[in-house]
Design a protein around this ligand. Sequence first.
Ligand code: NAD
Length: 275
Amino acid sequence: MANVPTVTLNDGTLIPQLGFGVWQVSTDDIVASVGQALQAGYRHIDTAAIYGNEEGVGQAIAESGIAREDLYITTKLWNANHQRDKAIPAAEESLRKLGLDYVDLYLIHWPVPSKGNYVEAWLAMEEIQSKGLAKSIGVSNFTIEHLKEIEAAGSVIPAVNQIELHPTFTQVPLVAANDALGIKTESWSPLGQSKDLQNDTIVGLAETLGKTAAQVIIRWHLQKGYIVFPKSVTPSRIAENFAVFDFELSTDDVAAIDALNEDNRIGGHPDEVGA
Ligand code: NAD
């Protein structure tokens, strides 16, 4: 089974660089899909309270028999629970659903700046970490401005910022800001929700390398140093997306994909989601 590289976070913990994302995996599919991913060798699962599938993730983990310390589980605090008195029970509820004593990584899902309480949420995250409910804490969908605000107000720098990032939306300034603060970048919708798979440059590289378009894109994220968790419910694709450790993109290949940016945001803007 492939040895997935790890990335060292700013709190000293290690995260497997390739994982399995479960947004929009239905309650009918979740146990089988996570089970297939674990069977294929994935050990890192990215879920969220709002995905409504934490219980299924927990069931698949329990059924796998894999030791807890060999798994890396991320979940996320939903927008309605940013207040301290809601955030801590929300973390406990996620743990109950997952059947776990702790998550490896807990994220603020969206900043929702119009509600003005992501700083309060961050201070609650620090408490969640000190209570041992999460080994690492981070954020998702934070812009440079949001990051600066929690850096100033808090005592912990987020371990990661999970952001929309794929070949046609490369987010160069935000990645640079993450780097400058010592925050690792996680790429969500790494395949552009499958749209970037049709890009001519990607298709051409895949043909030349004898790999699939998805494998080329996942390889690009890995070689950029990003943490990545493509989603699929199709067993052959779950395996395909994990089979990315037997080839490398050249420097020129990476540069060719870097040049595909079109600022093609697919999801909502962080200043607007949840407003
Ligand atoms: P993705 O970019 O991983 O694309 C998934 C889609 O691509 C699948 O539904 C499938 O249609 C297709 N696909 C996957 N593998 C393929 C293959 N090998 N060949 C052909 N088609 C393939 O999109 P995503 O699910 O939006 O993102 C991945 C994960 O990122 C999510 O599951 C979730 O964990 C996370 N995410 C987080 C946020 C956030 O706000 N923090 C938002 C969106 C997604």
